[in-house]
Ligand binder design. Structure first.
Ligand SMILES: NC(=O)c1ccc[n+]([C@@H]2O[C@H](COP(=O)([O-])OP(=O)(O)OC[C@H]3O[C@@H](n4cnc5c(N)ncnc54)[C@H](OP(=O)(O)O)[C@@H]3O)[C@@H](O)[C@H]2O)c1
Length: 311
């Protein structure tokens, strides 16, 4: 028996450990990660901790001025914060999503614990500045915690602005994004050369390309990692439709496929935050619960990926 391994710690023990450390920490053993009631990860640039399950907003929050849909999204965001959520990710590319997020935050009385993350998605420095300022007003916040360059578009131009804005305190962190396997070589080059606080890309149980280069590089460079498309835009649920969770998923506390997919991602220690998107309160609760209980060890992760590939 490996005595270095944490063993079957009770939730109480893990919570006590986290409390003693003064934060909601994950207890990391050589093979097994245990999450406490709100799995938190550290942002390498500052040591600040952040809830490891965040929220995306592409499509799911682009509901325009529809009153019923807006009220329903308020409930989704309420469930997110009630479960200890922090990071909300959006972009001016997502139609009305930023306006709807701003509406939700106002309706909820500006919840404590928000970690606001949006993007600049345009060409030219002047338009980029105006776009970021417009986003800030839509969210109704004083300043973004994180501003990312969306899909690397005109990234060198915007990086100069973001560095200046960070120095002036207009944003706290700067980052860059890509998705579904696009431009990994170019992103790796940028990550190696520039002081990004955060990088965002796609990683999930079926799309593991980021393991080759981006995840190890982010660790080496001390860059926080946000994972988008954790469910392959919902494609993973379509793949497992009609299939029960395997019995052994209970060993890592999974009762739903959503937990299964998210725990797979969160067990990679280079991952800081995963941002599933949902329009439903019940789905939000499932997604947030992926931050509870044990995470899979490498052998279990291999079993998980083999199982999903087989379906
Ligand atoms: N380049 C970039 O910067 C970039 C690119 C892509 C994505 N992103 C960010 O990453 C976020 C996540 O990616 P994504 O929106 O493409 O896809 P995703 O999170 O992988 O999947 C979203 C889909 O999963 C469904 N879903 C969510 N929770 C579920 C649950 N518990 N059970 C069953 N179905 C569930 C949602 O439907 P329901 O509404 O019915 O729950 C929705 O159709 C985006 O919203 C965006 O913020 C960034």
């Amino acid at each position: 028996m490996n005595t270095d391994r944490p063993g079957p710690l009770s939730r109480r023990t893990v919570l006590a450990t986290g409390a003693a450390a003064g934060l909601a920490a994950a207890v990391v053993g050589p093979e097994l990660l245990y999450a406490d009631a709100r799995l938190a990860r550290t942002i390498p640039a500052t040591g600040e901790t952040i809830a490891a399950v965040g929220m995306g907003s592409w499509l799911t929050f682009d509901v325009g001025s529809n009153r019923h849909a807006r009220a329903q999204r308020v409930d989704v965001v309420r469930a997110f914060f009630e479960a200890g959520g922090g990071m909300i990710d959006s972009s001016p590319m997502y139609g009305t999503s930023e306006a709807v997020i701003g509406h939700c935050l106002a309706e909820l009385g500006r919840p404590q614990g928000l970690f606001s993350a949006s993007k600049v998605w345009t060409i030219s420095q002047g338009i980029g500045k105006r776009q970021m300022e417009a986003s800030r007003k839509l969210w109704g916040i004083e300043a973004f915690d994180l501003m990312q360059i969306h899909n690397m578009l005109d990234w060198e131009t915007h990086l100069a602005t973001l560095k200046a804005w960070k120095a002036e305190g207009r944003i706290r962190y700067l980052g860059i994004t890509t998705s579904h396997g696009r431009r990994h070589a170019a992103l790796a080059k940028a990550m190696a050369a520039e002081p990004f606080d955060f990088v965002q890309f796609t990683y999930n149980v079926l799309d593991r390309e980021a393991e080759n280069r981006l995840l190890p590089l982010a660790r080496d460079r001390g860059q926080a990692v946000i994972i988008n498309r954790p469910f392959q835009r919902g494609g993973l649920f379509r793949r497992v439709r009609g299939h029960q969770l395997p019995d052994w998923a209970a060993e890592i506390g999974c009762e739903t496929w959503a937990q299964f997919f998210l725990k797979y991602i969160l067990a990679n220690p280079a991952v800081t935050c995963v941002i599933p998107a949902t329009s439903r309160v019940d789905h939000m609760k499932q997604n947030m619960s992926a931050g509870l209980g044990p995470l899979p060890d490498p052998a279990m992760r291999k079993r998980m990926q083999d199982h999903v590939e087989m379906l």
